[in-house]
Design a protein around this ligand. Sequence first.
Ligand code: C2E
Ligand code: CA
Ligand code: CA
Length: 406
Amino acid sequence: MNNISTPLKKHLLVIDDEQDICELVSDVADMLGFSTEQCSVLNELDDLKLNPLPDVLALDLSMPDVDGIEIINHLGSLAVKPQLILMTGFERSVLDGAHKLADRLNVPVLGQLNKPFSIQMLKDLLELPLIQTKPAASKSGAKPSAQKFAPEDIAKGIQNGEFVAYYQPQIDLKTGELHGVEALVRWHHPNGLVMPDDFLPEIESNQQILPLTESVIEQTMRQMIYWQASGLPPMQTSINLSAAYLGELDLPGLMLRLLKDHPIPAELITFEITERIGLNDNNQAVLDTLTRLRLKGFYLSIDDFGTGYSSLSQLNQLPFNEIKIDKSFVFHMLSSPISKAIVESSISLARQLNVRCIAEGIETEEIRDALQMMGCDIGQGYLYSKALPPEDFIKWAAAYVNETRV
Ligand code: C2E
Ligand code: CA
Ligand code: CA
């Protein structure tokens, strides 16, 4: 037969220190028309042969020498990545953790197999269509973001008004009405659009978060006045604050000054407290600032609830009005029992504390419906709209309000 007319077989590599599993996976994949390869001994990462690069990599997470997490980290650095089937005999949370890591590194995951698994479960996964893989340019891959930004460029950018607040709608899940918006900053860099994850760490470490925060707040208040004048209903407007630097900013004073020029009820503004660095008791200045903001009538929301430092103990310390469930749990809530449990308990906690509960990262109707059933108050995500530049947001909002009025 000639090579050109033979359709290329999909290639599968299985890595597992249990020889039986290697053979089982290979046999099933063989039956389904894959070419297969097995690896049951991997002493170090350098011994990993990915040539030819498999289309599917069935990977045991717990192995004596190199573990699955190291391998996923390695795959994250490749330009073209195989699709993963994650396997382990450990509890489900181990699979979930590895799945989240792969998501963060843009390594596609075909599915998870909790050992012992049935042949049918394996077949079901191998018969799935392969996910379209994107070449390398992940979150902080190509474009202007690959470079580190010099503090002078950032300062110039702020001065030139290159940091622009975009707006993403938040919807009342019970009524379907427009509830509010979140301001999310983007950098209109001369070389192209740069997303916050690619410049905020730089800005925070250069202590330039204060002028940026001021600019975002001012732009947003200007828009709020404009929305009001355009006949849109009042929208609860969220602004992100990095907690770690709050102590250095006289935000209550700044807000009072800004409110003089932009007459807006303080109750319409919610500050979402984002924690890249932990809030703790030593951070008294931050706690004082937040308490003062609340006393002036502004609302406070715990952002990224359930992750990192955003913990239950803060609910005790601060007068929060809202819990914002992180999108990482929302994304997986229909496939991961742990994510679902975190979403459910956050909603129930919000109800018991009599605070609002909002879920971000809603991309499908199924997830929206599930959140609605669980009693979540507000939803935000690409299902409704991504964050839009001011001129597009106002059109979107007017059309949405018009539609939901009917
Ligand atoms: P965040 O506060 O958790 O904001 C939510 C992020 O999720 C936003 O990313 C938003 O665009 C994205 N998102 C919303 N819905 C969906 C969805 O359905 N699917 C997916 N895949 N993503 C969704 P963005 O705009 O890139 O912002 C990233 C982070 O940067 C924010 O996370 C926030 O922590 C920070 N940030 C953004 N603007 C500001 C700001 O003005 N000041 C401060 N301090 N931080 C900001
Ligand atoms: Ca936020
Ligand atoms: Ca978040």
